[in-house]
Design a protein around this ligand. Sequence first.
Ligand SMILES: N[C@@H](Cc1c[nH]c[nH+]1)C(=O)O
Length: 406
Amino acid sequence: MVYQPATGARDLLPLDVTQKGWIEDRLQQVFHRWGYHRIITSTLERMDTLMAGGAIERSTVIQLQNAEDEELGLRPELTASIARTAVTRMANVRYPQRLYYNTNVFQRTREYKQNRQHEYYQAGVELLGSSGILADAEVLLLLADCLQALSLSPWYIILGEAEITRSLLKAFPVHLQDKVRIAISHLDRITIDTLPLSDELRERAIIMLDLRGNPEQVLQKVTSMGLDQPLQAAVNNLQSLIELLKSSRPGIEIILDLSLIQTFDYYTGIVFEVVSDACGQTRVLGRGGRYDRLLGLYHPQGENIPGIGFALFLEDLYQILLSCQQLPQAIPASDWLVVPESNSAYTVAFTYAQKLRDSNEVVRVEIDLGGTDFQAIQQYARDRSISQIAWVKADGSITIESLVKN
Ligand SMILES: N[C@@H](Cc1c[nH]c[nH+]1)C(=O)O
């Protein structure tokens, strides 16, 4: 019998881990440079926590049952868990809180008409306790820094605003809102033409199809739709944010898309995706947005604390960086192979290897475990790109052999 991993689960081998680590290290450095601290929440959550935001479909969660008969699920994303932790476990902290994570998530997808479970990795940030465009801009500029740290140009941000989009959709009959939304987000003019809408509403849907592209033009178009005062204020806010981003990071590419709707539905302000066209691939590398009512759902007194964040998808980053040939092609080589030349040289070999390890924080030292001859040991060291062999004799004498790198 061959033991397989669970369907959709994955094992990462040393080279995969090296390559994933290369991405994670760069992202983590950026998160640290912006003053963010890592948080680790539980992989398992109660289903009611996961679903509280009303954002997660039960069927997409991999569920478990424990002895206490609690309904549990594997987290499909991190924002709900971090919101829960923040308001229950970090009750007396000062805001803003700058948190980041780098971890696995699980989502059940219905590929090939089967229920398949899948494990993915995400790295992201949540900035809690600040509303307003300064916090929005911080998170988007931090995202830009992440992309730069991975040298993934060209890339652009697709920016939307959940509240504006929701308000624009409210004009449509409730039972058609979803259809209109999906048609708009798929640029599907044919569906819009065939839906039972009044001429005025059809006209509105067609204008909405066009609310995507150059920010200045889109803002002008939406303003011309005759918005009420709160909606116009949200549009003005978006305009100020875009100006701030453009002046703080000249050259940043933003596509404004007021039909952008995210999978998770807890967003109350800006929503965004980051897309890269680097190395002949177009990929959505991450997404996020502002959620000012989510923490209130978990707060014992229902107090609302604003939040904004994003998640980057490590698999997509990996795929695009692989085609850019930017990822390490091998696992890190050891620096030393310490070879006891006889049974009585074991102690000396361990002592010498330890001395090497203690001399330098990043040195990698292997011990030869015996059973092969001189030539096989040299061949092993060459194959593994080990740069030096220390031949150790029982009398304590050590001969160092440097291998020329090929
Ligand atoms: N958790 C969201 C991304 C996000 C982080 N913060 C806000 N939004 C997702 O996985 O899509």
